[in-house]
Design a protein around this ligand. Structure first.
Ligand code: ATP
Length: 240
């Protein structure tokens, strides 16, 4: 589903991603881990062109994102994104937050969008919050709404940028549970995370970035038990 070839990204003279080549299969859950500042978020944001790569190519479902600026809008609609800081519309109710993009961007009929939104709220355990405004929700609830809102566009791929790192510890679990459930449905997911437990239990593959380089990638069981590189061993010694 995703094919990344020789992706590099600079901010001015600062090289943030260096020559990254990898791919993600349909239905795969990939966790991106690594030290702070290693380029994880930038890599994720390149996958839907929130950041423009300096060089290299990114294909999603065979379409070259970097070549087809015209198509990017259409391709983006198929990619859901969940950020660290929710980004819900504060002046809309939870239900309206979920209905907005399907109605405005896809032209979905309002009744259909409402029904789908209600189903999704049920799925993330928040059916009773449909009429609430985001400000009245806890961080964990806001993030579950953000996930449901991304799913309302029926994406083929979901990108998560440290979705639990702004949450109080007691709320991390409820969000990870929703993500685990989503993974079980066969959704293709790329997740930047500091939650090693999630990477170990839920991911099919781990990508380890350090200093702008994709140092190693592999199955979580192998990566966490026997990391190949010195850099990954050092990192795991610090975080586990
Ligand atoms: N818009 C930007 N302009 C300039 N530099 C940036 C920008 N975004 C990120 N950077 C720099 O790129 C580098 C990588 O940042 P990035 O956020 O991708 O790392 P990360 O691995 O996700 O870090 P963290 O785990 O702390 O979120 C950092 O040095 C950061 O300062």
């Amino acid at each position: 589903m995703i094919n990344v070839q020789a992706l590099s990204k600079k901010f001015g003279d600062n090289l943030v991603l260096s020559d990254i080549t990898t791919s993600v299969k349909k239905g795969e859950v990939v966790a991106i881990i690594g030290p702070s500042g290693s380029g994880k978020s930038t890599f994720l944001r390149c996958l839907n062109l929130l950041e423009t790569p300096t060089s290299g190519t990114i294909e999603i479902n065979g379409k070259n994102l970097t070549a087809s600026k015209k198509e990017i809008h259409k391709i983006r609609q198929q990619i859901g994104m969940v950020f660290q800081h929710f980004h819900l519309f504060p002046h809309m109710t939870v239900l309206e937050n979920l209905m907005y993009a399907p109605v405005k961007a896809k032209g979905t009929n309002k009744n259909e969008a409402r029904e789908k939104a209600q189903q999704l709220l049920k799925r993330v355990g928040l059916a009773q919050k449909a009429s609430a405004y985001p400000n009245s929700l806890s961080g964990g609830q806001k993030q579950r709404v953000a996930i449901a809102r991304a799913l309302a566009m029926e994406p083929q791929l979901m990108l998560f940028d440290e979705p639990t790192s702004a949450l109080d510890p007691e709320m991390v679990k409820e969000v990870l549970e929703v993500m685990k459930d989503l993974a079980k449905t066969g959704m293709t997911m790329v997740v930047v995370t500091h939650e090693m437990g999630f990477a170990r239990e839920v991911a099919d593959r781990v990508l380890f970035l350090d200093h702008c380089i994709l140092v190693e990638e592999g199955h979580p069981a192998a990566f966490f038990q026997r990391p190949e590189s010195e850099r990954a061993r050092d990192f795991l010694d610090k975080v586990l």
